[in-house]
Design a protein around this ligand. Structure first.
Ligand SMILES: [Zn+2]
Length: 273
């Protein structure tokens, strides 16, 4: 059995951004989950990106036994938020206060993104720090998004790595030194379908060197489809394709990849499955 550790079923649903999830959106989610189960992807972590999508994430987790939720504010969603993190953190704390019933297994996605412009570096850092501190206070891991901000992210994480921070650098597309550092801190890295895009030979080299005990599989669906399905929406059912890519890179049997990455996901998110 496989775990998709990073999926956006709420975005697979045919709804507009900022539109709350409603009953009529669920058939598309039902179909994606059914298809995943048929591919032996029996657990899905659905990731929040802002307050509305975090609430949608909780609704989806409460509806399906094999889905869990994360709540958080993505760095590119910080632009529209006030300078002070106060109100957002009040809302996130309210979700987390009932984390068992809300099936919340992590805070995320949070992080730094200096690729999408314009961005406010200080604001992103303030939101990132506040959410890491929320995760630490509730003994939850963090799901971290980093784009063109690796050094700033390492600098920020350094403070918390010694305080027992757990988490994953999701959709990991960074250089070897970043992988080495986050693994040394006991963090995980998330592997997605771009590992087999033709231009990404450098990524295959990096992943060859990352210990399997630090890798979890994720689709980021509906984004980042596998090469042979590019142009189409991604689905959690495609996790076995990513597992096969990693098996090829590491010259291991895919069953070994399946077993270890599932064990890693259970450990990272403290899953009761
Ligand atoms: Zn994502």
């Amino acid at each position: 059995m496989f775990v998709d550790t990073h999926c956006h079923l709420n975005i697979i649903a045919p709804k507009q951004p900022l539109e709350p999830l409603q009953e009529r959106h669920f058939p598309a989610i039902d179909a994606a989950i059914e298809e995943a189960r048929a591919a032996d992807v029996t657990t899905i972590i659905n990731v929040g990106t802002d307050l509305i999508e975090s609430e949608a994430s909780i609704m989806i987790a409460q509806r399906y036994p094999d889905v869990f939720a994360t709540v958080g504010v993505h760095p590119t969603d910080c632009n529209d938020l006030p300078k002070s993190t106060h109100d957002t953190m009040v809302a996130l704390r309210r979700f987390v206060a009932d984390k068992e019933r809300n099936k919340i297994v992590a805070i995320g996605e949070i992080g730094l993104d200096f690729y999408h412009k314009p961005y406010e570096e200080q604001k992103q850092k303030d939101y990132c720090r506040a959410q890491i501190e929320l995760a630490l206070a509730h003994n939850l891991p963090v799901v971290i998004h980093v784009r063109e901000a690796a050094d700033a992210m390492l600098e920020l994480l350094k403070e918390y790595a010694t305080q027992g921070l757990r988490g994953v650098l999701h959709c990991f597309q960074q250089q070897q030194y970043v992988a080495d550092q986050v693994c040394a801190w006991g963090l995980f890295v998330g592997l997605d379908a771009p590992i087999n895009y033709p231009k990404n030979a450098w990524m295959r080299d990096v992943f060859k060197n990352i210990p399997l005990e630090h890798i979890v599989l994720e689709t980021d669906a509906p984004f980042l489809p596998p090469q042979k399905l590019r142009g189409k929406p991604n689905r959690p059912a495609y996790i076995p394709l990513i597992a096969q890519e990693l098996a090829d890179i590491k010259e291991l049997d895919v069953a070994v990849i399946e077993e270890q990455t599932t064990a890693n996901a259970i450990k990272l998110f403290n899953l009761d499955i």
